[in-house]
Ligand binder design. Structure first.
Ligand SMILES: Nc1nc2c(ncn2[C@@H]2O[C@H](COP(=O)(O)OP(=O)(O)OP(=O)(O)O)[C@@H](O)[C@H]2O)c(=O)[nH]1
Ligand SMILES: [Mg+2]
Length: 664
């Protein structure tokens, strides 16, 4: 039996690791054109030519000195889990920066192969790389790959198999100059006495990291056999100085190689530069961003409308048919009033969701997302947040769960906590059905504008809250913003559609599970105790609603809305599903039923949308907040703070709205 070979994909952020991973294993992990997309390790399998491979996709990392939570994951995996081969994915258009990591990986003495990815881009820029020569210099096998087209996969696996079998592994390390080398020798001596350490890590690497003052490695040494002697050697040196000189030596070594393997870059003004001059312009940047958002929400509304009408008509007809024809009557009611009306009320919005995600995917893959973070850096910095925090905020337009996880790339713990706490205010796609329903019913042609207002309000509340937290409970300095601007890329139809579909199918699955469950629950509450009129004040739903009604009455919400809000905690689409159930199957669609309800006006509808936008993270989002902060206290805080903010703003908006919309 052949042994399984474990391959770890590592490399700088945004070089195409996940693209290669997907191509190799047939997975569909998220790919995006900005650094920091992958924040967790993902595993997949592939077998070729009788060989079994386990491939692990890791978050990007600039160096092996880990700064942020996602980088720690990448580094720990390589160091502690000891994969059979490490494949460093290198961006061929950015060799210098990428080879810096290579110099560090080489010191680990693990079997190493380089995938020279984005080879197509380097060639198109007229700057192809003589990778055979480069391989000779580095003494590391190099394979040319184009992840997006799946080129070079077989060669890559072949090289990995060969490298995994080669032993012992050459050590191609960099000389750091006399002074540093002397210190390294001094440190290696006591380190070799610590059997647990020296059995696990290469001594030279340990010594180098200690000289650089790496906290993580220092912690490993502490308490061990070498601890006292190492500490006494380190106490006499300035690790910042060593770190700087060693980094210089690494870059020197790279600089010596580069001119021999490709034309030295005499880059003129590129297309990217020209676009950036406009898009990231000090004055134009933010208006362009807002205009794009406006356009996006207009599109999600208008393009989807015809599809919605079809689904809507179909649901109403099906629900009526079920109620009228299924015996016994209670079953007909469960299926018609409960399941079809509830789930159908949510399914109607599938077209909107698909369009929204297509637009988000296009913004992400083109590279615009990183620019949006860049232009927001100045205003955010002034308010106490790093611009980097803006990317998770924008991901939040899709879903707050991956968005909260994306905060892992923020180095400072406090900055990260603030970003997590404000993220639920970013309007995720689950809230979209609520907006489309109410804005469609009460604001007609202005629905797109109302949606735009809600999304901007979400951003404003998030930023204002960040400022508030920064100046009260989480004081501190903002860490500086460093992010590489990815080049603009033409989004491939494949990745964009895949992205759209993966979110769309998630929505469908949600409709079939949690939303279905919510709808059935609300139906049961509306039908019992036995004998009451469906959905009347005497039903359990009515009682529950009336119990909570006083709390939301100042906002203009009645008991039906109160019930919907309670169950919206499961998932915000359930607000719509519950209303679908409570308003029941009739001749008319839910939109018409809501419009006809005398207890609802345009102003209350607006207040309701504001409330749903802000009131609390859904169960799933609370789950990740707990996981990422590791604290029930902060999780509870997120709920309480959200409810208070939502109540106050819904009250204000509900009372001010009549002045603007003429009390309609
Ligand atoms: N032209 C070209 N584009 C590529 C290639 N490989 C990946 N891309 C694009 O590069 C971008 C980044 O790809 P990802 O696979 O998300 O990169 P990653 O290394 O996983 O990034 P992080 O997870 O953020 O570290 C995406 O827009 C890809 O479509 C390639 O070989 N050629
Ligand atoms: Mg990735």
């Amino acid at each position: 039996m052949t042994r399984e070979i474990r391959i770890a994909l590592t490399g700088n952020p945004n070089v195409g690791k996940t693209t290669l991973f997907n191509a190799l294993t047939g997975s569909r992990q998220h790919v995006g054109n900005w650094p920091g997309v992958t924040v967790e390790k993902k595993t997949g399998k592939v077998s070729r030519n009788g060989c079994e491979f386990e491939v692990v996709d890791l978050p990007g990392t600039y160096s092996l000195t880990a700064y942020s939570a996602d980088e720690v994951i990448a580094r720990d995996f390589i160091l502690d889990e000891k994969p059979d081969v490490v494949v460093q994915v290198v961006d061929a258009t950015n060799l210098e920066r990428n080879l810096y990591l290579t110099t560090q990986l080489a010191e680990l003495r693990t079997p190493l192969v380089i995938a020279l990815n984005m080879a197509d881009m380097a060639e198109a820029q007229g700057n192809p790389i003589d990778y055979r020569k480069l391989s000779g210099f580095l003494e590391i096998p190099i394979v040319r790959t184009v992840g997006t087209r799946g080129e070079g996969l077989q060669d890559l696996l072949d090289a990995a198999v060969k490298e995994a079998k080669t032993s012992p592994h050459h050590e191609h390390t960099i000389g750091y100059g006399n002074e540093a080398e002397e210190m390294i020798a001094k440190l290696t001596d006591p380190l070799s006495a610590d059997r647990t350490l020296s059995g696990k890590y290469p001594l030279r690497w340990l010594a180098v990291k200690l000289l650089e003052g790496d906290e993580n490695v220092l912690a490993k040494v502490r308490g061990g056999a070498a601890s006292a002697r190492v500490q006494s050697i380190l106490s006499s040196i300035n690790s910042d100085e060593y770190e700087a000189t060693m980094a210089d030596k690494r870059y020197e070594a790279i600089a010596a190689i580069l001119p021999q393997v490709h034309r030295t870059n005499t880059r003129g003004t590129t297309f990217s530069d020209m676009v950036d001059r406009v898009v990231t312009n000090r004055y134009l940047g933010i208006p362009i961003f807002l205009a794009l958002m406006w356009g996006a929400f207009e599109l999600t509304f208008t393009v989807a409308t015809p599809f919605m009408t079809v689904i809507d008509t179909l649901t109403v007809w099906l629900a009526e048919f079920a109620v009228a024809s299924i015996e016994p009557a209670w079953l007909g009611s469960l299926i018609g009033d409960g399941i079809i009306s509830g789930v159908g009320a949510v399914l109607i919005f599938l077209p909107n969701i698909l369009i929204l995600f297509l637009i988000l995917a296009l913004l992400e893959d083109s590279g615009y997302l990183a620019r949006a973070a860049f232009i927001m850096d100045r205003p955010l910095y002034a308010l106490g947040l790093p611009g980097k925090a803006f990317i998770p905020m924008l991901i939040g337009f899709g879903c707050n769960v991956p968005a909260i996880m994306a905060t892992r790339s923020i180095e400072s713990e406090k900055d990260r906590l603030i970003s997590i706490l404000v993220n639920p205010f970013m309007s995720c796609s689950a809230r979209l059905p609520v907006y489309v329903l109410f804005a469609g019913a009460f604001f007609g042609a202005h629905a797109g504008g109302v949606m735009f207002f809600l999304y901007v309000l979400g951003i404003a509340v998030a930023i204002a809250s960040a400022k508030l937290f920064r100046s009260t409970i989480l004081p501190g300095e903002v860490s500086p913003f460093v992010m590489e601007m990815p080049p603009y890329r033409l989004p491939t139809a494949m990745t964009s559609l895949m992205h759209m579909w993966s979110r769309g199918s998630m929505y469908l699955r949600k409709a079939g599970t949690i939303i279905l469950l919510g709808a059935m629950l609300v139906w049961a509450l509306a039908s019992f105790p036995y004998g009451v009129e469906y959905g009347s004040a005497e039903s359990f739903a009515g009682m529950l609603g009336h119990l909570v009604e006083p709390l939301v009455a100042p906002l203009g919400f009645d008991w039906k809305v109160a019930v919907a809000l309670i169950f919206g905690f499961l998932a915000k689409e359930v607000v719509v599903g519950s209303l679908g159930v409570l308003y029941g199957a009739g001749e008319e669609s839910l939109t018409d039923a809501l419009f006809a309800d005398p207890s609802l006006s345009a102003a209350t509808a607006l207040a309701l949308m504001v409330f749903v936008l802000l009131y609390m993270p859904c169960v799933a989002a609370l789950g990740v907040i707990k996981k990422e902060t590791g604290s029930w206290k902060w999780t509870g805080f997120a709920v309480a703070y959200g409810i208070v903010v939502a109540w106050v703003l819904a009250f204000v908006v509900g009372h001010l709205a009549p002045f603007f919309i003429g009390g309609a």
